[in-house]
Design a protein around this ligand. Structure first.
Ligand code: ATP
Ligand code: MG
Length: 213
């Protein structure tokens, strides 16, 4: 069992979108997927509720027990945690759970958004004093590559300072991400070729990083 925690304290960066898309992607590979929603907004649970296929199991954990409970989900192949909200014991617990896999921190391609990610990286530092947590920033909602340059520079600095990686895959801003979620589907189940390509690339990159063959 591998855990993929998708977290950022900053709202609207695409945590739920990415968590749900990864859940779909791994379940299309016939892996047993558990989606854990730690956010009281319950976006991932909502996604599961409108999804017709019964392939993904979704639960809500809003108590700071995620890192302790995670072992008990070892009958799943992949556990994806959608971790939003303010700095809280629950958020810290979700970050700690990534010791069983990887922490992905989505960020939007603006310098301000990258800076806002620092709060989450500070929490990661605290968690890393206790357990080793591989962590990677992921650029989401990229619009045009040249605008991203400044943000990429800010990301490089932040990544270096906090000893986190940056995923090679970038997720572009595409209408299909909004539309598919509303249908309870991942972009891999829609017909946007570019979105599919980037989702396959993200999954391949994550598999190589967490050693999921
Ligand atoms: N790559 C993308 N392209 C287009 N729209 C996107 C993309 N990623 C996310 N969105 C949209 O941006 C909005 C915020 O995304 P999402 O809800 O996944 O973020 P979040 O980090 O989970 O937010 P919250 O902090 O409120 O939980 C949603 O309307 C979603 O459809
Ligand atoms: Mg969310």
């Amino acid at each position: 069992m591998k855990v993929i925690v998708v977290a950022n304290q900053k709202g609207g960066v695409g945590k739920s979108t990415i968590a749900c898309n990864l859940a779909v992607a791994f379940s299309l590979e016939r892996r047993k997927v558990l989606l854990i929603d730690t956010d009281i907004q319950e976006s991932s649970l909502g996604f599961r509720a409108i999804r017709e296929k019964n392939d993904i199991k979704a639960i809500s954990i809003t108590k700071p027990t995620i890192h302790k409970d995670i072992e008990s989900f070892s009958n799943f192949d992949v556990v994806i945690v959608d971790a939003g909200g303010r700095d809280s014991a629950v958020f810290r617990s979700a970050i700690m759970a990534a010791y069983k896999g990887i922490l992905i921190i989505p960020t939007l391609p603006s310098v301000y958004d990258v800076w806002a990610t620092e709060d989450t990286l500070k929490i990661l530092l605290d968690a890393r004093a206790i357990v080793d947590i591989p962590a990677y920033l992921l650029l989401n909602q990229v619009i045009r590559a040249n605008i991203v340059k400044e943000a990429e520079e800010a990301i490089r600095e932040l990544a270096q300072q906090y000893n986190v990686g940056t995923l090679k895959t970038k997720i572009f801003s595409r209408v299909v991400y909004r539309n598919s979620i509303k249908e309870g589907k991942g972009v891999l189940e829609m017909d946007d070729v570019k979105a599919k390509e980037e989702m396959y690339s993200l999954v391949a990159e994550l598999k190589s990083l967490v050693d999921l063959q």
